[in-house]
Design a protein around this ligand. Sequence first.
Ligand SMILES: NC(=O)C1=CN([C@@H]2O[C@H](COP(=O)(O)OP(=O)(O)OC[C@H]3O[C@@H](n4cnc5c(N)ncnc54)[C@H](O)[C@@H]3O)[C@@H](O)[C@H]2O)C=CC1
Ligand SMILES: O=C(O)C(=O)CO
Length: 386
Amino acid sequence: MAKPVSIEVWNPNGKYRVVSTKPMPGTRWINLLIEQDCRVEICTQKKTILSVEDIVALIGDKCDGVIGQLTEDWGETLFQALSRAGGRAFSNMAVGYNNVDVNAANKYGVAVGNTPGVLTETTAELAASLSLAAARRIVEADEFMRAGLYDGWLPNLFVGNLLKGQTVGVIGAGRIGSAYARMMVEGFKMNLIYYDLYQSTRLEKFVTAYGAFLKANGEQPVTWKRAASMDEVLQEADVISLHPILDKTTYHLVNKERLAKMKKEAILINCSRGPVVDEVALVEHLKQNPMFRVGLDVFEDEPYMKPGLADMKNAVVVPHIASASKWTREGMATLAALNVLGKIKGYPVWDDPNRVEPFLNENARPPAASPSIVNAKALSLPVSKL
Ligand SMILES: NC(=O)C1=CN([C@@H]2O[C@H](COP(=O)(O)OP(=O)(O)OC[C@H]3O[C@@H](n4cnc5c(N)ncnc54)[C@H](O)[C@@H]3O)[C@@H](O)[C@H]2O)C=CC1
Ligand SMILES: O=C(O)C(=O)CO
């Protein structure tokens, strides 16, 4: 028998019961739900990661929709429980949905939402921050200052890498990977090499045009190359940032053999999902190659780090905060709530998940649609032509 969970209730007489497994930033998402006759229940349990059992208890006997988090295991048990409670709507408050078994959701006819776009630039900015922190050894230098070890300028003190003119490698040049590439190319005049299953024509056009602009102004132009293989990126790039989705094809994409292909002084950034990198192999590589650096926002067994990682001076580690700006997190909450609301109200699915701005305008009513439902096709949900 699951333990009772603590909840905060908004609009107790609302017709539709929507549960959020966590308090989320802002109030717009709550207001949008209660304006449409939803009773909103927010789990306030002081426990970071809820178990499946906790969430089954939250769902209870009658539940129309759930907004959940990437830390939760949304599989057969939860979709069955939600379906039994009459619910047909779930949304992750995240763009990544590797924690969700979409086939199980399809089986129970539950729509699965995610939150693309609103976090693209924020996540790319954190990847860029980690790239700089690793290249210029900012965390090591900060610790040195605070320890009272600085006794004067020295020619060899915390010498790092200059980014300008070097090559940035992007693996997974989708929304976030492309935004990161643009930042590094435009901001630091790096050349680009990328690997993706699909061609990123917009990104290529951007680098071509920026290169032409630099040339016209008497500066060294930047260049781009679409690599035929991931290994080509690993061998050629000085800074490599990982931005693919996590699935069977990207699990341990960066392993011992691939780490060995990278330059000895390369920088590896991971703001995608921890299991994209074999973290045990990474710790060993960091030990063997002190000039190799990493910037990690995500870890294989979150919230834990593999043994030895925390001791590595050539690693910058932050706790999965890449999308953590106020505007973005409030926007993610809004998109997640609107995904669930749209399904409850029988609205169609928005036709372009790469263009969700109309849902984020606080001064206007959002479109009557679910912004992003990943299994819309499998469930034959109508698509909006608004
Ligand atoms: N650290 C954090 O807080 C955040 C992490 N993320 C992660 O970033 C991921 C990417 O997000 P978006 O850019 O919005 O998604 P997206 O779908 O626009 O981009 C993913 C790209 O990866 C490519 N890809 C898929 N399999 C690949 C493979 N085997 N090799 C190379 N490329 C491959 C796809 O073709 C696509 O272009 C999310 O799925 C999520 O896991 C997203 C937001 C915040
Ligand atoms: O959105 C995601 O996928 C995250 O990891 C958190 O923003």
